[in-house]
Design a protein around this ligand. Structure first.
Ligand code: OGA
Ligand code: NI
Length: 361
């Protein structure tokens, strides 16, 4: 090679990974330009202009559903209907009065913030790309497989946090255990509403073990000096059945609806519910798993806690629910075995992962 030192993308990725300090480490070191590994290709940035952004006067917003008194039969009917419409047309809604006390949610956000902002030596103890570890911290789970890195760091905690409580970082131990208990209860309740909204028995999805476990992924999106060149999270749809997402007061999450990006604005006491690919599959396409992303922001940190619900068993398989198919409405997806499903997801960059396209009939 003629003169100069050419550093390959792979070498840059490795060097970034070896800092074990994530994107927060770059900010702490005072960068005023984002490193090339985070810059989206120019064709993608140009394509961005073809997406219309929702016009403020449109007043289009994802539905907000009030869950108060949802055990009351009359209220429940209304709620189930709202859940049905939201799941069929948006794949996204926010819930309020959902039963998770605000101090529990606030403490969860604070815990993720404290973890990310503690001493780097403490954080490094958790830095890992081993997906079998119950608690792991890293930047970009798909760092080495995606085309562009995202401007975010993530703390991932497996389910059953009560069982390995002592392994959780001090900075978020109590808050995670408490939040996990509450989010599990809400996840089951939402699954019952979704079952009814599909015209099935309330216990149907839970008895299929669709909400057998939830992971807790605490995302930390530091302020970005060049937000228009990168993303907080690449466009994707979620792989589980549903995701319950808690966000702090800084916006950034957008959902793609009829070819337009709509902001999912944080609302006080609100939690975002979104339908994942597996629920689209078992509902035979009745409920939609919408694409979404997080834009980078010059203010921060934005913090979110996403809890995807699913089944961790590698031998478990799912197909469209028989009651939801008929001669006129034949199965649209083939059976999916969880082992194969997870393997594909874990070995593909988020920007190239095709979601349900692999399973379409
Ligand atoms: C996710 C996700 C959005 C956010 O974790 O799948 O889409 O706001 N997160 O962090
Ligand atoms: Ni997502």
């Amino acid at each position: 090679m003629a003169g100069g030192i050419v550093v390959s993308r792979n070498e840059m990725l490795k060097a970034f990974d070896e800092t074990q300090a994530g994107v927060k480490g770059l900010i702490d070191s005072g960068v005023s330009k984002i490193p090339p590994i985070f810059v989206r290709p120019s064709n993608e940035l140009a394509q961005e202009l073809t997406y219309k952004t929702a016009n403020q006067d449109d007043q289009v917003q994802i539905p907000i559903i009030d869950l108060s008194d949802f055990e009351n039969p009359d209220r429940r009917k209304q709620i189930v209907e709202q859940v049905r419409v939201a799941s069929e047309t948006w794949g996204f809604f926010q819930v309020v009065n959902h039963g998770i006390p605000s101090n529990v949610s606030d403490a969860m956000i604070d815990g993720v913030k404290r973890f990310n902002e503690m001493d780097i030596e403490e954080k490094r103890k958790y830095y890992s790309r081993d997906s079998t570890r119950k608690v792991r911290f890293s930047s970009n789970h798909d760092l080495f497989t995606s085309k562009t890195a995202n401007w975010r760091d993530t703390l991932t905690i497996s389910s059953a946090v009560q069982v390995f409580k002592q392994e959780l970082p001090n900075s978020c131990r109590e808050s995670t255990v408490e939040y996990s208990k509450h989010v599990a209860v809400l996840g089951n309740a939402v699954m019952e509403l979704l079952s009814e909204a599909l015209g099935l028995e309330p216990g149907c999805l839970n008895s299929m073990e669709c909400s057998k476990e939830h992971r807790i992924t605490g995302h930390y999106y530091p302020a970005c000096p060049e937000p228009e060149l990168t993303l907080g999270t690449t466009m994707h749809s979620d792989i589980g059945f549903i995701t319950l997402l808690l966000q702090n007061h800084i916006s950034g999450l957008q959902v793609l609806h009829q070819d337009r990006w709509l902001d999912v604005e944080p609302i006080p006491g609100g939690l975002v519910v979104n339908i994942g690919d597996l629920l689209q599959l078992v509902s035979n396409g009745k409920f939609i798993s919408s694409k979404h992303r997080v834009v980078a922001n010059n203010i921060g940190p934005r913090i979110s806690v996403a809890c995807p619900f699913g089944n961790p068993s590698l031998v478990k398989s799912y197909s469209p629910i028989t009651e939801l198919t008929s001669e006129e409405n034949p199965p649209r997806y083939r059976e999916v075995v969880m082992g194969e499903y997870f393997h594909k997801f874990l070995n593909t960059g988020l920007d190239e992962y095709l979601g349900l396209d692999y399973y379409k009939l």
